[in-house]
Design a protein. Structure first.
Length: 191
């Protein structure tokens, strides 16, 4: 049980550490929000999803000639980033319900999140459709909260913008094991 408004933040304050999302997506025409997120359409209603807040187009990137949009989720370099929230906990419970076959319970949780932002209700009894909607909800609820790479690995999502060599390697790449780990871990048997 928790408050519907529960959020725990990673605090930033200038001078000192800063919110890198603000730095990286609002600092120049070289660094910008991925335009694929701009005016993202909700798959249920076709409306623009209000959880992805961004500016109007600011021009074009000098690097790739992509449209430049600035994220508006974080207002400055000192903006705090949520690290845990009631909405994320609900998504975890929805995933649990999906894993154990209670599709209606998962749909009810998805719709609770959607109603919080004024989006139309989702309805389905097809397990794949419910999973697809669940993944969409995670994607937009946790936008710019340091979750996307973990989700891509966990759900085996390969970005269509990856180079062919990276697509071939897949999402379950392993980091090189450090020399220190190899030397000091008695249980390490790798090469």
């Amino acid at each position: 049980a928790m408050s519907d408004e529960f959020v725990e933040y990673a605090n930033y304050q200038q001078p000192g550490s800063s919110n890198d999302f603000f730095q990286n997506f609002n600092s120049s025409v070289y660094t910008r929000m991925d335009p694929a997120w701009a005016y993202l359409e909700d798959p249920v209603s076709g409306a623009v999803d209000p959880r992805i807040r961004h500016s109007e187009q600011e021009g074009f990137s000098l690097r790739e000639n992509w449209p430049v949009y600035l994220q508006l989720k974080y207002v400055d370099r000192s903006a705090d980033i949520p690290v845990s929230s009631a909405d994320e906990a609900r998504l975890i419970i929805a995933e649990y319900e999906l894993m154990f076959g209670d599709l209606q319970a998962a749909v009810d949780i998805i719709n609770q999140l959607r109603s919080n932002v004024g989006l139309a209700e989702f309805s389905s009894t097809d397990p794949q459709e419910v999973m697809d909607q669940f993944r969409y909800e995670r994607r937009v609820e946790l936008w710019l909260e340091l979750r996307r790479w973990q989700d891509m690995r966990y759900y085996e999502i390969v970005s269509n913008r990856w180079a062919d060599a990276n697509i071939a390697l897949g999402v379950h790449r392993r980091w090189p094991v450090s020399q220190r780990e190899r030397s000091t871990n008695p249980y390490y048997t790798g090469g």
